[in-house]
Design a protein around this ligand. Sequence first.
Ligand code: C2E
Ligand code: CA
Ligand code: CA
Ligand code: CA
Length: 280
Amino acid sequence: AKRAGGGRHLRYTAELDAQATVRARAGAELREALEAGQFHLVYQPIVQLPEGRIVSVEALVRWSHPERGFVSPAEFVPIAEETGLIVELGEWILRQACARAVAWHREYGAAAPQRISVNVSARQLAEPGFAGLVAAVLTETGLRPEQLVVELTETAVFDGGQALRTVEALHRRGVRIALDDFGTGHSSLTLLRTVPVDVLKVDKSFVDKVTMAGRHAVIATALIQVSDGLGLQAVAEGVETAEQAEELFRLGYRLAQGYHFGKPVAQPDFTRATRAVRVR
Ligand code: C2E
Ligand code: CA
Ligand code: CA
Ligand code: CA
């Protein structure tokens, strides 16, 4: 740290240095993990209501650390974003997920999921080359653009002009755009006026309380109306019970995802329907 006049400033720069060191170490560790093949993907079904047929899957990254065991993405994805390693890791995830979707189509034909969703972070979207990378991966793997869904959070799309230009380029190419955790951001509805969106992933927080009369249920109802009105698809996230699934179906939701229908696994069973929803 550079020498400072006041003790306070000195401590501050020392702390910043310490933070930078920790971050650099974390970044190096993630890079080694990627090179050592410690990451893998799991896939969670997105089902059509009421039959419970799998129409799509979301790819979710997992890290099995040789000593620490399973590390949650909620822990390492933010570090990968801060250190910039998410760009490399994200490229690996995209390539892996697209190749897997194509392999399923070969193996299962019509029973294979129609689409695959891949989470893309703000940092990746801000890279000027991102739309080009997606195009290259689609060509390489043979996945059609309509079969790929890119899941973005609100903050990612608001991250300056480059992100929006990239989203527009992807959408023009036929790649589907999903807004993740929809309804939790500061300007969810404003985004719908400016960003070309195909899918709204209605956040788990609204789904959790959808069976109880109250604000959350009212918002869940309003969101399906907005989605239908704009001709978008809505996916209810984090459905854990049959009661939630029934209520969501009654409100007009036709796509759902959550432990009730299937946890994220390395190889979902596409040959049979998951739980059907009782129609009242
Ligand atoms: P997300 O994109 O909102 O993903 C949904 C999370 O909810 C996943 O957690 C999933 O396993 C979990 N989930 C699904 N259904 C249920 C349910 O019924 N109940 C409960 N309690 N949870 C459910 P996961 O896999 O731990 O991922 C956490 C977050 O980490 C993701 O949230 C996403 O923001 C990030 N993430 C995961 N994989 C990737 C990736 O490949 N790339 C990027 N950039 N981010 C990722
Ligand atoms: Ca997601
Ligand atoms: Ca989500
Ligand atoms: Ca989330």
